[in-house]
Ligand binder design. Structure first.
Ligand code: FAD
Length: 316
């Protein structure tokens, strides 16, 4: 069986969970086995995960799971996998997955691949998982040789397809250890659609020259109903919050439209945005590497181009 940890976003199952379940379904189809989902906590709408391919959803409900604790979550997922006889366990490659994939693999004595970006294949008789390396410049095919396998999936790696109906939801009892950490404050990032789920993104780089000029980015985003993003040096300089940083070390996105202004297009930036359907680049340097990845490019000063674009969008 393939068991996928379906993680809710702000108390609901959204694109991140749908993509994971759909990935698990496709993995299960490769192996000819069942696809089940695991939910930690009482999130509503678990049965709807069936639409993305989970036949059964197992819920573990416990007060110890209300706040994330890596040690407790690892035990919950590992023991659920053992009880259910799962041979492939799938997690998101986000902060949760990065925290627990290794722990889980150690507990299950499993081979693991962190940050996979394609559905596993049987190649030369081996279960093989592809992941990007060198900031997405190359790909590695990794054979997992153990009976139990743990994979974390990089966000926005596959196109999500609805394949089924409602899943059966059952409760699973797991003995959980006491938490080793305590969350004392949650600060929810405000704004529009969260970046991993955004269809329209307007992003600024060092070319915007400082936080006091960011209106050119936010005005266009406002007019389009888009989410804002930025390059890493912008977040590192505290011009914008860190949750807006996209790229290899930031959020990976797959919007329909990515507008990048004043961003050079370093490979570490492209690693997180090159799955965008349409990329528009605005840069005053015609030699900027980003133009090679762009569908549309404007060579010009962003302080002239962006306000004109915003005015044009507002007319529609
Ligand atoms: P710059 O490289 O300084 O580019 C600014 C661009 O703005 C230039 O192309 C310039 O021509 C243009 N410009 C200037 N003024 C104007 C104007 N008025 N109008 C139009 N254009 C203008 N970076 C990320 O973004 N995300 C990551 O996840 C990331 N991870 C990294 C991981 C590692 C291990 C390392 C080593 C680096 C990482 N980086 C990452 C940094 C990356 O290598 C680049 O340094 C960074 O992306 C550059 O940011 P930038 O394009 O905003 O700035």
């Amino acid at each position: 069986m393939v068991l996928v940890y379906a993680e809710p976003t702000n108390g609901a199952f959204k694109k991140v969970a749908h993509e994971l379940v759909n990935y698990a379904r496709k993995t299960a189809d490769v192996l000819g086995v069942e696809c089940h989902a695991l939910v930690l906590g009482d999130t509503p709408g678990a049965e709807a995960l069936g639409a993305y391919g989970a036949g059964t959803v197992h819920r573990v409900i416990s007060p110890q799971l209300e706040a994330f604790d890596a040690a407790v979550y690892t035990v919950a997922i590992a023991d659920a996998a053992k009880k259910l006889g799962a041979t492939v366990i799938i997690l998101p490659h986000n902060s949760t997955g990065k925290n627990i994939t290794g722990r889980l693999a150690a507990r299950l004595e499993a081979g693991s691949v962190a940050g996979a970006n394609a559905v596993p294949m049987m190649k030369d008789g081996y279960f093989t998982v592809t992941k990007p390396v060198f900031s997405g410049k190359a790909f590695a095919d990794v054979q997992l040789l153990t009976d139990v396998k743990v994979i974390s999936l990089a966000g926005n790696s596959i196109r999500v397809e609805e394949t089924g109906g409602e899943a059966t939801v059952t409760d699973l009892a797991i003995d959980l250890p006491a938490a080793k950490t305590k969350v004392v404050k949650h600060q929810v990032a405000t704004g529009r659609v969260p970046l991993p789920e955004a269809e329209l993104v307007v992003s600024g780089g060092r070319g915007v020259k400082g936080p006091e000029h960011w209106d050119v980015i936010t005005d266009l985003a406002e007019a389009l109903g888009a989410t804002t993003a930025c390059s890493r040096p912008v977040a590192d300089s505290d011009w914008r919050p860190h949750h807006e940083h996209v790229g290899q070390t930031g959020v990976a996105i797959r919007p329909n439209l990515y507008i990048a202004a004043g961003i050079s297009g370093a490979i570490q930036h492209l690693a997180g945005v090159n799955n965008s359907k349409t990329i528009v680049v605005i840069n005053k340097d015609p030699e900027a590497p980003f133009f090679k990845a762009a569908d549309y490019g404007v060579v010009g000063d962003l302080f002239e181009v962006l306000p004109r674009l915003t005015e044009a969008v507002k007319k529609f």
